[in-house]
Design a protein around this ligand. Structure first.
Ligand SMILES: C[S@@+](CC[C@H](N)C(=O)[O-])C[C@H]1O[C@@H](n2cnc3c(N)ncnc32)[C@H](O)[C@@H]1O
Length: 208
């Protein structure tokens, strides 16, 4: 399968979905005091930040006034429009429709931090690999990325039929993508999702 097909297979489910309204009730799982997400997010240098796969912007809303610049990226124009409607009044925010597998048109060595929550868990391994490679291109030295990704070993399956629609990913595979991209893993922690123990991981990675 080409990478464009891998992208499309997952992305088509997220053009319009009841998920976006429903997810607003669960935003505290990422930003509540004492969560692993918040502890690791506090490690990120917030000068020039990207949120990948921003959906309707519920995460960027939490941090819009803490970042030097903040760029929200998503593969669907409908989501970019929703983010702009919600957060367009913040002067330092930018909204970019991307191709689903890299951060173009972001310039090399221009970003201090990237984060992606509740989205990469669905991405096919080749798409995760491509984003990690491009993470190295756009981060400055010492820059960090915080990726919430799948920890479900399910090679060759249709992700949509897996538990909570998790795609195939393992600690070892994620680490091999980081190694080949020149990214270092600072922390990678298994987490439960929807009462399924160790279904996901949250990984903080750094460009040396
Ligand atoms: C489950 S939603 C999560 C949205 C947001 N991160 C949140 O937590 O509210 C998945 C998001 O990933 C986006 N998406 C899916 N495939 C993508 C890809 N290959 N590249 C970038 N965004 C993608 C969808 O458009 C959608 O906004």
């Amino acid at each position: 399968m080409t990478i464009e097909k891998s992208v499309k297979h997952v992305a088509s489910a997220w053009k319009e979905s009841p998920y976006y309204a429903d997810a607003e009730r669960w935003t505290h799982l990422f930003w509540g005091n004492g969560t692993i997400f918040l502890r690791l997010f506090k490690e990120l240098p917030l000068d020039n930040v990207i949120e990948l796969a921003a959906g309707h912007g519920r995460h960027s809303e939490q941090i819009a006034n803490q970042c030097g610049t903040l760029t929200l990226m998503d593969i669907h124009q409908e989501n970019i429009d929703a983010c702009r409607n919600r957060l367009g009044h913040f002067p330092e925010l930018h909204f970019i429709l991307n191709n689903g597998y890299n951060f173009e048109p972001i310039a090399a060595v221009s970003i201090s931090a990237i984060f992606c929550y509740d989205a990469m868990v669905h991405f096919a391994p080749d798409v995760v690999q491509s984003y990690i490679k491009d993470t190295h291109r756009i981060l400055r030295s010492g820059g960090m990325a915080l990726y919430h990704h799948s920890n479900l070993s399910a090679p060759g399956t249709n992700y949509a039929k897996n538990t909570h629609a998790r795609n195939h990913m393992t600690e070892e595979l994620f680490k091999s993508f980081c190694d080949e991209a020149g990214m270092e893993i600072v922390e990678s922690i298994p987490i439960s999702w929807g009462n399924v123990e160790n279904l996901d991981r949250i990984s903080l990675i750094q460009r040396p």
